[in-house]
Design a protein around this ligand. Structure first.
Ligand code: SF4
Length: 101
């Protein structure tokens, strides 16, 4: 067996497992109980934001209209730089909300 062929056979499973790991990573959602999420008042559903604790919250605000959400329009969830390696719900909210211009 050639060295090139042997290298290919050894790398294919490694590359495949990396793709699977990447897919799992992409699907991980922020847990509201995560310390950073809790500190920012993250809610997976903006309708459940504690308005007394977060008076800055206004009806209609959600991750889907936040400038920090890195998702295609209409996506149910996407990455937010405040939660590296996780996704936030488009219906969610946190106290770092910044309306898209
Ligand atoms: Fe959602 Fe914006 Fe807060 Fe990120 S910064 S969790 S997109 S409201």
């Amino acid at each position: 067996m050639s060295t090139r062929r042997r290298l290919f056979i050894q790398l294919v499973p490694v590359a495949g497992s990396g793709l699977l790991a990447g897919r799992a990573w992409a699907q991980a959602m922020v847990d509201e109980k995560d310390p950073q999420a809790a500190a920012l008042g993250n809610a997976a559903d903006a309708a459940k934001v504690d308005k007394a604790k977060y008076p800055k919250f206004a009806a209609g605000q959600a991750c889907s209209s936040c400038a920090l959400l890195q998702a295609k329009a209409g996506a149910a969830a996407g990455p937010c730089p405040l939660f590296p390696g996780k996704q936030v719900s488009a219906k969610g909210w946190c106290s770092a909300y910044a309306k898209k211009s």
